[in-house]
Write a protein that binds this ligand. Structure first.
Ligand SMILES: [Zn+2]
Length: 556
């Protein structure tokens, strides 16, 4: 056989359905969301989250409005156990938020899971075992009957252990793991065995979670599986049908959406899609898909910069610049015809009318972003050569994102002047827009101490006639400075873009820094020039703060 030979694989069997109803359905409300960032997302990381990363992720999930959050696998992992205890013992769980923990259908693990949860007001205990043919035959070496018995016994143990902790409001959840590759009739048999043990009611529902543990078919096939399951499972009115898709074929979100059409109630996923292999289904994308159709997603995605910064800090995985809805480049047009169409639409878009702009499916400002057009850089292209001319004048190479930022004020200036700008004009626009030396704060002095990988920074800031001393720490001088500003002024600064360079023009080698920072969910871009790279960087950050203040953002 050839190395790359399609005959190695088989087509996924389809369900011959004659009563398919999901294609005629529409979505009109958000599902119940459950974040699995701290469990599925965490277990897939090269380096699992440490305690402070987990706490930061937890705080974000609560802030976004998640009401169900899977927080770990406490019986299998001591750090997860400790984190669950921290949440409970330090009263970190708001009254309207329910934590969920995962456990295999094994007695000793179920016992330890309940120990981890002792004292919690409410919790979902999520038990699972694997049900697909490959898992039965090759991994567990069990018959169909044997697998059902594991599920039934697990369900009984979950129930009997719960009875030992009557002060907690328990919710039971079962997953036939690898549901998407399990014969659908058999998946119903296994789940019916569990439901027979738990005897849920419409008032006290159980959750049956259907995972596409590995995405193995087109999303329409998965929707058929879900619809078939919902039609045949016992006591449907006493169940919450939950969906947990992965993204192996790149259709994790589509499969989850079609599964909602097919009758599901609840969606498990992660922020920006971190998770095993290609990841879990991305809740940010799915929530924004709904939002863009006029549906309240019941999650706050407006803090997109905060979401990205937190996920990147907790997972050490960068966000793709073209990630749906929130990537760095998704509200940027490079093509002249796109720019033209967008400008025409924006000019007539009224604030109180439904959004209707070519090439922009939503208003970027909803996510704290702006529409950005990029003028192509070319030394012969007149105003289009702004970045090029500026670079010649200042002796620096603008980072791509800075070119994007520069394009808009240059565009405005050419419109105001109705003519071509000289290189000096372009430098003037750049200094006025990004270097704000007349802002409220300026840097008087600073001192940095490095201890191992840790930076301590002290700085003195001029604030009118006063001098303010600030100090902070972080993994770099920049983050230590952001920490110092946060401590002194309660101002949350997230550096979104950062570049610094030596300036080549002139005999005194000086440095220029470019910073884009997210302050209270809004982005500000600034630059600064100085005798050394660090003071240029700190001044650039201060300039973003000055800009934010000029936009009337209050200092707490
Ligand atoms: Zn998963």
């Amino acid at each position: 056989m050839n190395r790359f030979d399609h005959r190695k694989y088989r087509p996924f069997p389809v369900i011959r359905k004659t009563d398919r109803r999901w294609p005629d359905q529409t979505l009109s409300a958000a599902p119940l969301w459950c974040s699995v960032d701290l469990r599925d997302g965490n277990q897939a990381l090269m380096e699992p989250m440490n305690v402070s990363q987990k706490q930061r992720m937890w705080a974000l999930l609560v802030k976004m409005g998640f009401k169900e959050i899977e927080v770990g696998f406490p019986a299998a992992s001591q750090p997860d156990y400790d984190f669950v205890r921290w949440l409970i013992e330090h009263n970190q769980i708001p009254a309207d938020v329910t934590i969920q923990v995962l456990v295999q259908a094994r007695d000793e693990l179920i016992e330890r899971t309940y120990q981890a949860l002792e004292g919690v007001h409410k919790a979902v205990v999520h038990v699972y075992n694997s049900t697909s043919p490959v898992q039965r035959n090759k991994v567990f070496n069990q018959s169909k009957e044997g697998i059902i018995e594991i599920a039934r016994k697990g369900a009984m143990k979950v129930q009997s252990e719960a009875a030992k902790y009557p002060q907690t409001d328990w919710v039971f959840q079962y997953s036939p793991e690898s549901f998407s590759t399990t014969e659908v009739e058999y998946a119903v048999d296994v789940c019916n065995a569990v439901i027979g043990v738990w005897q849920p009611t419409p008032q006290r529902k159980a959750i049956i979670n259907l995972p596409a543990t590995v995405e193995s078919a087109m999303p329409n096939v998965f929707a058929d599986q879900v619809e078939w399951f919902c039609d045949h499972v016992n006591q449907r009115d006493s169940l919450i049908i939950s969906i947990h898709t992965h993204n192996d074929r790149g259709c994790g979100v589509a499969a989850a959406e079609l599964a909602l059409l097919a009758g599901a109630d609840r969606i498990e996923g992660t922020l920006l899609g971190n998770g095993e292999r290609t990841g879990n289904m991305d809740i940010v994308t799915m929530a924004m898909n709904m939002y863009s159709q006029g549906i309240d997603p019941m999650l706050d995605i407006s803090i997109a910069d905060d979401i990205i910064a937190t996920v990147e800090a907790c997972t050490n995985i960068k966000t793709h610049p073209r990630h749906p809805w929130v990537g760095e480049l998704v509200y940027t047009a490079f093509s002249g015809s796109h720019q033209d169409a967008i400008r025409k639409c924006l000019a007539v878009q009224a604030a109180d009318e439904p959004w209707d702009v070519a090439y922009l499916p939503i208003d970027p400002q909803d996510l704290g972003r702006n529409y950005q057009s990029v003028i192509r850089v070319n030394s012969q292209s007149g105003k289009g050569g702004a970045s090029y001319l500026l670079e010649q004048e200042l002796g620096v190479t603008l980072p791509r994102w800075m070119q994007i930022e520069l394009a808009q004020p240059i565009q405005r200036e050419t419109e105001i002047r109705a003519g071509e700008l000289t290189p000096a004009d372009i430098v003037g626009v750049f200094r006025r827009e990004f270097m704000h030396n007349d802002g409220r704060y300026s840097l008087a002095s600073y001192q940095v101490d490095k201890q191992g990988n840790h930076y301590h920074l002290q700085a003195a800031l001029h604030d009118g006639n006063q001098v303010t001393l600030i100090h902070g720490q972080g993994s770099g001088a920049i983050s230590a400075f952001a920490d110092a500003m946060h401590k002194a002024m309660g101002m949350d600064i997230q550096v979104v873009q950062f570049d610094e360079q030596a300036v080549e023009a002139g005999s005194d080698a000086v440095a220029m820094a470019f910073v884009q920072a997210s302050i209270r969910g809004q982005r500000f871009t600034a630059a600064a020039q100085d005798g050394d790279t660090l003071s240029a960087s700190l001044n650039a950050i201060l300039n973003t703060v000055n800009k934010a203040l000029q936009h009337n953002l209050q200092v707490a």
